[in-house]
Design a protein around this ligand. Structure first.
Ligand SMILES: Cc1cc2nc3c(=O)[nH]c(=O)nc-3n(C[C@H](O)[C@H](O)[C@H](O)COP(=O)(O)OP(=O)(O)OC[C@H]3O[C@@H](n4cnc5c(N)ncnc54)[C@H](O)[C@@H]3O)c2cc1C
Length: 417
């Protein structure tokens, strides 16, 4: 029989949520062990667009969103797709998504996101001044582009909400668009500019730098795949695929899109699914890109990263096991080359990642049903990088048993019954 390993706080998963939480736990004086089945920071956190999207407070399940879906679904390479092989499996999640889009639930989601994004922005500021991490974060400002006057007008309600929440932005016309990003196709006459738009230089490098920092400060990295978490008397036992067991005082489950099985072992059936996203990273110099560009009518972004120019986005509700369909990356690149006519599209590296997504687009942060010694930190969907520092703060408060900075009740695992 294997000897039982012991540790104080075990964080399962080394994506941005796991490593940022580890950083906060260390700051609170905890001794941390990180458990990772693969390579550090190679999940969704490796290849995302790198945007710290604090102004993105509008929940995706908004009233009327389901009316747009059929239009998007017609094009198999459009902004939203459901592979036929996964259509039945995703139906319960879509049902919950639709329910979350009622006016009442939307308003609730909006209020929650406003509070979460305020915390996220202020906590990320404390991370951004750490000497080891400061050079990873920059302010490029964000340009939100619309194809037509009609689509710009249709988005006005969302911008009004952002204004009420304190986001600063200005409407820009063609001449300013050209100044802010020379070389954009003339079709873009309507845009919003958010000067405070922040991003990381490269999401993998950022996540890796935090992991390296917590390990340098004394965290242990343990390789292995957790298959079950259970509470036995006073102990919380994590079983690994190899049959080994770890006894931890506290456990944080931060396994991104793969968190569902571990939550089930603790009595929580969560409607966690994945929204698969695609991108291509072109070599640096493929375009003289000054800042993040959101092509709102096409649901994709182009970001200038230290590793090159990343073109990507879209949502494919295809689960964790189907092979990637990189024609989606190609379709986005083709569109990008029409919108940025000088873009050199050769030499790109394609990637597909698994956003960990709850139907109401709010994360799961809070204790497990089985015990307060196990804390969940997953389901951040499109906003995991953005909300990582806030999650680190909240999880650390829960682990320490102190009052949380904002209410975590809206994030409870049991909110879907
Ligand atoms: C195309 C795309 C663009 C995006 N753009 C942005 C953006 O600009 N801004 C933003 O804020 N967010 C963005 N996101 C979302 C963001 O990437 C995710 O929300 C975030 O990375 C999730 O982090 P995570 O730590 O929860 O999961 P992950 O990064 O996936 O990490 C989970 C880790 O857990 C490990 N693991 C899983 N199961 C086990 C187990 N049983 N035992 C041990 N280890 C395990 C995995 O190996 C992995 O390392 C984007 C996502 C995609 C796909």
């Amino acid at each position: 029989m294997n000897a039982l390993e012991k540790c104080e706080v075990l964080v399962i998963g080394t994506g941005i949520i796991g490593v940022m939480t580890a950083l906060y736990l260390q700051n609170a004086g905890k001794t941390v062990t990180l458990l990772e089945r693969g390579e550090i920071a190679r999940g969704a956190s490796a290849g995302n667009a790198g945007i710290l999207a604090f102004p993105e407070i509008i929940p995706i399940p908004a009233p009327g969103v389901m009316k747009k879906a059929p239009r998007w679904l017609i094009d198999p390479l459009g902004p939203l797709s459901v592979p036929p092989a996964y259509a039945l499996k995703i139906a319960p999640w879509l049902w919950q998504f639709w329910k979350a889009s009622s006016p009442r639930r939307f308003q609730h989601g909006l209020n929650v996101q406003i509070a979460m994004m305020r915390l996220a922005a202020s906590e990320m500021q404390t991370v951004a001044v750490m000497p080891e991490l400061a050079h990873h974060i920059s302010n490029t400002g964000t340009l939100d582009l619309y194809d037509t006057r009609a689509s710009f007008d249709a988005a006005r309600r969302d911008w009004d909400e952002k204004e009420r929440a304190g986001v600063t932005f200005s409407r820009v016309g063609r001449a300013e668009i050209e100044q802010l990003q020379p070389g954009l196709a003339p079709r873009f006459q309507h845009a919003m500019f958010t000067p405070g738009g922040l991003q990381v230089a490269d999401p993998y490098e950022f996540t890796r730098a935090i992991a390296d920092l917590v390990i340098a400060r004394g965290a242990t990295l343990r390789k292995g795949e957790a298959v079950r978490v259970e509470t036995v008397g006073e102990s919380t036992i994590v079983s690994l695929k190899t049959g080994e067991k770890i006894d931890a005082d506290k456990v944080v489950i931060a396994c991104g899109a793969w968190s569902k099985t571990l939550a089930a072992s603790l009595g929580n059936i969560v409607p966690l699914e994945t929204e698969r996203g695609y991108n291509t990273t072109l070599p640096a110099g493929s375009f003289d890109l000054t800042r993040q560009l959101y092509f709102n009518d096409h649901a994709f972004v182009v970001t200038p990263l230290s590793s090159g120019i990343r073109v990507g986005g879209a949502v494919e509700l295809g689960g964790l096991d189907l092979p990637p369909n990189f024609r989606r990356s190609e379709a986005l690149l083709k569109k990008a080359s029409q919108f940025l006519p000088g873009l050199k599209t050769e030499g790109g590296k394609q990637w597909m990642g698994f956003r960990p997504s709850m139907p109401d687009c709010l994360p799961v942060i809070g204790p497990s049903r089985a015990s307060n010694t196990v804390i969940y930190a997953f389901g951040h969907g499109h906003l995991g990088l953005t909300q990582s520092a806030a999650t680190g703060r909240l999880v650390t408060e829960l682990v320490s048993g102190t009052a949380t900075s904002i209410s975590v009740d809206p994030f409870r695992a049991s909110r879907f019954g």
